[in-house]
Design a protein around this ligand. Structure first.
Ligand SMILES: NC(=O)c1ccc[n+]([C@@H]2O[C@H](COP(=O)([O-])OP(=O)(O)OC[C@H]3O[C@@H](n4cnc5c(N)ncnc54)[C@H](OP(=O)(O)O)[C@@H]3O)[C@@H](O)[C@H]2O)c1
Length: 323
């Protein structure tokens, strides 16, 4: 089998390359694709060394499966070419997530949606952690979601991480750090991720609409404030669910125990972004509280945005697509 990775030199592509040799697709021949400035460079993983080729017209000939870990515009241009060439595709960008007929899948949550599709979209990194934790709680009748997501720098790609390191020295000296929409300011907390449309940033819209598509929730009753925080890896979400209830904490814990991807902490144990580094393949849930006479559930989730939130989810989808 021949597998292409478009965006192999990026943060997500790099993680995918590192976990592929441990997967059920480990025997595949790899075609690594990136921009013309990376063409000719060599990347290494457990399976060997691989030379980068330029992502360009005609590069998906004989490819059975293509992962896309590039920006929206490149996916919009090249995913149709890969499909046309006969490949199955897992796309990590935002380009096709809400398109009708394209399954948007969190592996282990809504795998049945894959059906006979040849293109499957991988959700936003925050949506994946959210969906794992909230899916088992739908049995309590979710009426409203209020969330605040604390999202790491790597969620915005390599440029954002590089920007952080370039600015961190200045920030530690007490100088103001430059800030742009795509790269958070070093050592600052900024409740604005991506473009503001109306009163909602695009990152907030993604969680709302993607969660509605994956979990069947009412998109009009999901509210999120997405905050960029100066953490390198690991997205956290404070989630408040209004349910038709009433529930108690033991029923909430029993429901969460049904999802093997979740690592549920005990009362008194504090979930921190460090848990994402320790358990990159899990979604960690803690601070579980039931309030308002059993009508509200509160949780705090932590997940590695590059592993379970991107590369690993894509790989688990791919295994179902081609094996
Ligand atoms: N980071 C996350 O936590 C995360 C999570 C879920 C989904 N995603 C999505 O995954 C995708 C990749 O994100 P990322 O964070 O991995 O981005 P990234 O670190 O910025 O990497 C971008 C990749 O795109 C390639 N690229 C850029 N311009 C190109 C061009 N003109 N032609 C061919 N390749 C080009 C880059 O190649 P060069 O190195 O040659 O420039 C690099 O391999 C995005 O759609 C993102 O929304 C990211």
């Amino acid at each position: 089998m021949k597998i292409a990775i478009a965006g192999a030199t990026g943060l997500t592509g790099e993680v995918l390359l590192s976990i592929l040799p441990k997967s059920r697709l480990s025997d595949a021949e790899l075609v690594l694709l990136a921009s013309s400035s990376s063409a000719g460079k060599v990347l290494e993983n457990e399976a060997g060394t691989h030379q980068i080729q330029e992502l360009r017209d005609g590069c998906f000939e004989d490819v059975d499966l293509a992962f896309f870990a590039v920006g929206d515009a490149l996916s919009a241009e090249f995913v149709p070419q890969a499909l046309e060439a006969g490949a199955k595709v897992v796309d990590k960008s935002n380009a096709f997530r809400l398109e009708e007929g394209v399954p948007l899948v969190v592996a282990g949550v809504n795998d049945d949606d894959i059906g006979s599709a040849r293109l499957v979209a991988n959700p936003n990194c925050t949506t994946i952690g959210f969906a794992h934790a909230v899916a088992p709680l739908r049995q309590f009748g979710i009426e409203e979601v209020v969330a605040a997501s604390y999202q790491s720098l790597s969620g915005a790609g390599r440029e954002s991480v590089n920007h952080f390191w370039a600015e961190a020295g200045k920030a530690l000296q007490g100088e103001p750090s430059a800030y742009s929409e795509s790269a958070a300011a070093a050592l600052q907390v900024i409740p604005a991720i991506d473009q503001l449309i109306g009163d909602e940033h695009k990152e907030e819209t993604k969680l709302r609409l993607e969660s509605a598509k994956i979990l069947g929730l009412d998109a009009e009753r999901i509210y999120n404030t997405a905050v960029r925080v100066p953490v390198l890896v690991g997205h956290c979400i404070a989630i408040h669910l209004r349910v038709s209830g009433p529930v108690d904490e033991s029923r909430v814990r029993a429901a969460l125990a049904g999802n093997p991807t979740l690592l549920v902490l005990q009362t008194g144990e504090t979930p921190t972004s460090f848990h994402a580094i320790q358990y990159p393949n899990r979604v960690i849930v803690g601070r579980i509280r039931v309030r308002d006479g059993g009508g509200c559930i509160e949780l705090f989730t932590v997940s590695d945005n590059l592993h379970i939130g991107a590369a690993l989810n894509g790989l688990l989808i791919a295994e179902q697509l081609v094996l």
